[in-house]
Design a protein around this ligand. Structure first.
Ligand SMILES: *Cc1c(COP(=O)(O)O)cnc(C)c1O
Length: 390
């Protein structure tokens, strides 16, 4: 282990050498079933042939020119993304946090354009929006914020899945310009709001002239069983942010806008050196095209159902298991006790999982999962959980 890496992560003592589909191999040749996808990134699995070929071809053609010139793959990806998401325009960044930075800047600019000099954005308790100064300030977790004060101002906090609290803010706060919310809270432990929540937020935003900004960085790109989680309610946001699975491992983020929000950012307001470069955009285009052609979101819906049912059945008699929650392949086993140790137990058994919020086993497997691979995840995880609690 190198001593020259800043100790930002507590990495597990395993190094992967290569991957194929839903499997990874470590440097000792041991095989692992990947039920995490690098935190919802490699949704097409590892080494997906079309994406590999696209990256190889682009690497041998053109990597970077800058946004001082027009970039044809950026335009192609923008057209396909906007058509798929029912949005109008997109700004490309390099990560989720950067996509959210663009959204936050856009909301503030939108406010100032309406003579609101102290624009506020409503954000939720337990939300996660990233680790840059503005996005960690929008995040609803003291653990993420502690030690980094002074935080960026301009955020108003509300409980998640609580329409009454948003109505109360609308009555009392004339400076609000937008709501920023995850359709499903990921880092918080796959917290799925009541159905109708996003539609109600859409209604409140329309009544007050606020922007509805959806952080679909984890829930988007097919993972929820629809291409975008907001499509479960046929809600169209003003702003939607994407990253994670958009490049299947090639870093790319996107801030999509529609209607009035699409006209807010003008030349000079925002920018990025790398954002939207030919390599990342060709990867993103190939990912999106592959997902659409192969009905990847439908497979996520079916395998998510299969996995949730298998886990519920296999864990039904375990008193330490609270519940299994899922929307497509955003899946959580809520335990009644802290369960971080399960990560190492599953690793030992050749299964990659994650524990978040202390007592939630989070599964974000590749969306290309087969029926057999789904059954295998359930079999290993049930055995680990029963061993852990027994
Ligand atoms: C991962 C994530 C982010 C941050 O993305 P980075 O690429 O790590 O900056 C923001 N919002 C949500 C909902 C996420 O899951």
């Amino acid at each position: 282990m190198s001593d020259h890496i800043i100790k930002a992560y507590q990495s597990l003592p395993v190094t992967f050498s290569h991957g194929d589909g839903c499997y990874l191999w470590d440097t000792d040749g041991k095989r692992y079933l990947d039920a995490l996808s690098g935190i919802s990134v490699t949704s097409l699995g590892h080494n997906y042939p079309a994406v590999t070929a696209a990256i190889q071809q682009q690497a041998a053609t053109l990597l970077h020119t800058s946004n001082l010139y027009s970039i044809s793959w950026q335009q192609k990806l923008a057209d396909l993304l906007c058509q798929t998401a029912n949005m109008d325009r997109v700004f490309f960044a390099n990560s989720g946090a950067e996509a959210n930075e663009a959204a936050i800047k856009l909301a503030r600019l939108y406010g100032h354009q309406q003579e609101i000099s102290n624009p506020q954005i409503v954000v939720m308790e337990h939300a996660f929006h990233g680790r840059t100064m503005a996005t960690l300030s929008a995040t609803g977790s003291r653990k993420v914020q502690a030690g980094f004060e002074p935080l960026v101002g301009g955020f108003v906090r509300a409980p998640f899945n609580d329409i009454a609290s948003i109505e109360a803010i609308a009555e009392n706060n004339r400076d609000v310009v937008a709501i920023l919310v995850e359709p499903v809270q990921g880092e918080a432990g796959i917290i799925i709001p009541d159905s109708g929540y996003l539609s109600e937020l859409r209604r409140i935003c329309d009544q007050n002239g606020w922007l509805l900004m959806l952080d679909e960085i984890q829930s988007g790109m097919g993972r929820s069983g629809k291409m975008f989680a907001c499509q479960h309610e046929t809600v169209i946001p003003d702003v939607m942010t994407l990253a994670k699975a958009l490049g299947n491992g090639v870093p790319i983020g996107a801030c999509l806008t529609s209607g009035k929000a699409a006209e807010v950012i003008q030349p000079g307001n925002h920018g990025s050196t790398f954002g939207g470069n030919p390599l990342a955009c060709r990867a993103g285009y190939t990912v999106l095209e592959s997902m659409l052609e192969n009905n990847i979101a439908d497979n996520a819906a079916q395998r998510g159902q299969q996995l949730a049912e298998a886990l519920r059945k296999g864990l039904a008699n375990n008193p330490d298991v609270d519940e299994v929650r899922h929307l497509g392949l955003l899946l959580a086993v809520q335990m009644k006790l802290p369960c971080q140790a399960l990560v190492a137990m599953a690793l030992e058994q050749g299964l990659l999982i994650n524990v978040t919020a202390g007592s939630v086993v989070r599964l974000l497997p590749p969306l290309v999962l087969s029926e057999d691979e789904t059954a295998e995840i359930a079999r290993i995880l049930i055995s680990c959980i029963n061993q852990f609690t027994g």
